[in-house]
Design a protein around this ligand. Structure first.
Ligand code: FAD
Length: 461
């Protein structure tokens, strides 16, 4: 009998528990449904659509090499899965668990209509399974990591099945090109292809390339001018590789080495973020600390102009501008710079973190509901586990401290001729070229404004 294999953010054949179970259960009909309605304002963003196009193309190729293929359907996922099951006479659906609020709703609705078997495997440990002694989920990262660490390593990853049983005839499929996932006018993604190879093979190459660098990760990861981190985030987001595979390959490179330990601890942030959205479903739309609800974020024309300048990388703060332009050009931004740029929006420009979250959502190839919202709320101070709002990051000293000179020269070409003494704050050094924008706001004034707004909010709550 046919069974459906429902792909979502798990676009791989290796260590894919749903695929293995489907192969053991019947003739496998793999399907991907593009559902732009259920996620509401978190429908897949522009940069992520570019990635998805290439990843689906790659997945289909990998399946075809085994005589199978991926069926593409568009529309309400619940309806489409139910319809496909009826069309092919499938009695069961296999899928990996997903924890975004809209996917949990869809899973419940599908399970009402057909036998849906959900498998684990996109996280180091099933989200929700790491609990305190009292059986409560963790809210704070550090104790979460301690408890998760005790359960590591994860199970050894499985290889891809050698054979995939295929149905006697294939149901109809959309044409990937008709989905228009790639940008056209203008094609802002021309630079993406130079940096990225979406798909399972590309993900494995990325892991292999990082193995030798993992030992130095501890320090190198904080320096935007170096390629010190793994750049696995889009591959992990799209599930082109399992975290168990990443864990075992990198741990084999030297579990005792500080760099390797720090790296594995970062990968665990991904698990932590899922645990957070499992407890607080609308994490991208609501302050986890609701005492921030009365906060008077700036709105109106000047705030909008500041927001636009931030998105375009024209704030007059080189490190922020470099990050925002890297984001636009490549669909990715260095983690340290994500923190600096996000903090600048929320505290220096006093603009609601949710506007920044949405911009990142649209621009990142690794845009991930949990990781993005958890990190934005961490930076903003509104999160369940966060930095304190009153600890205001100074972007210019951060730029110095993490030696971002070469990074700025790469992404802000107007400043390319400046030396290390001047490049972090060319206005202060009196050598800002004429085509480089003035500072949207002075650091000290911005700091005072943010602290005043915070004090006012506290008085109001
Ligand atoms: P590495 O340093 O090599 O880390 C390895 C993996 O661990 C990453 O690929 C990622 O899967 C995970 N990881 C690392 N740091 C974090 C973290 N802080 N939170 C959650 N997972 C982490 N990451 C996303 O994957 N998607 C997002 O939408 C996203 N939005 C962010 C927004 C803001 C404001 C900030 C400050 C951070 C955000 N991050 C997000 C986290 C982090 O910046 C990226 O995961 C990291 O920069 C990806 O680069 P890498 O793969 O080289 O990371």
């Amino acid at each position: 009998d046919p069974v459906i294999l429902w792909f979502r953010r798990d676009l791989r054949l290796s260590d894919q528990a749903a695929l293995l179970a489907a192969c053991a259960d019947g003739l496998v009909v793999p399907v991907y449904v593009l559902d732009d309605d259920a996620p509401g304002d978190h429908a897949i963003g522009g940069a992520a659509r570019w990635w998805l196009h290439h990843s689906l193309f790659s997945l289909d190729g990998d399946l075809r090499a085994k005589g199978s293929r991926v069926i593409l359907r568009r529309g309400n996922a619940v309806e489409q899965i139910a319809k496909l099951a009826k069309d092919v006479g499938a009695r069961r659906v296999h899928a990996l668990h997903h924890y975004e609020p809209w996917w949990r709703d869809a899973e419940a609705a599908i399970a009402d209509r057909i036998d849906l078997v959900l498998h684990d495997g996109n996280y180091l440990a099933p989200p929700g399974s790491v609990t305190t002694g009292a059986g409560e989920p963790y809210k704070i990262y550090t104790p979460f990591w301690k408890a998760l660490g005790e359960r590591m390593p994860p199970a050894e990853p499985h290889n891809a099945p050698r054979e995939i049983p295929v149905p006697t005839s294939w149901p109809g499929s959309d044409d990937l090109a008709d989905w228009d996932l790639l940008p056209t006018k203008p094609d802002w993604a021309t630079g993406f292809g130079e940096d990225w190879t979406p798909g399972e093979a590309g993900a494995r190459t990325r892991v292999a390339d990082f193995i030798d660098e993992a030992a130095d990760y501890d320090e190198a990861r904080n320096l935007p001018s170096q390629e010190g981190s793994s750049r696995l985030s889009p591959h992990l987001h799209w599930g082109e590789i399992s975290p168990a595979y990443v864990w075992h390959r990198i741990a084999a490179a030297g579990r005792g080495k500080t760099g390797v330990n720090t790296f594995l601890k970062e990968v665990a942030w991904r698990d932590y973020a899922q645990n957070v959205i499992l407890q607080f479903g609308d994490y991208a739309s609501r302050n986890a600390r609701d005492r921030f609800d009365p906060m008077k974020w700036r709105t109106g024309k000047t705030a909008d102009a500041d927001f636009a300048a931030w998105t375009q990388g024209r704030t007059g703060y080189p490190i922020v501008d470099a990050g925002m332009r890297q984001l636009w050009t490549t669909g990715w931004m260095h983690n340290r710079v994500r923190m600096i740029a996000a903090s600048f929006l929320v505290k220096h420009l006093l603009i609601d973190w949710r506007r920044g979250e949405r911009w990142f959502w649209d621009c990142l190839v690794d845009a991930d509901y949990a990781n993005n919202a958890v990190n934005w709320q961490w930076v903003a101070g509104t999160g369940i586990d966060s930095n304190m709002f009153v600890r205001i990051m100074a972007p210019l000293s951060q730029s110095w401290k993490f030696a971002a000179g070469d990074y700025i020269r790469q992404w802000v070409p107007e400043l390319a001729a400046l030396d290390d003494d001047a490049i972090h704050d060319p206005h202060e050094a009196g050598c800002a070229p004429r085509d480089y924008p003035a500072k949207r706001v002075e650091h000290r004034a911005a700091r005072e404004r943010a602290l005043a707004a915070y004090a006012q909010m506290k008085a109001a709550s």
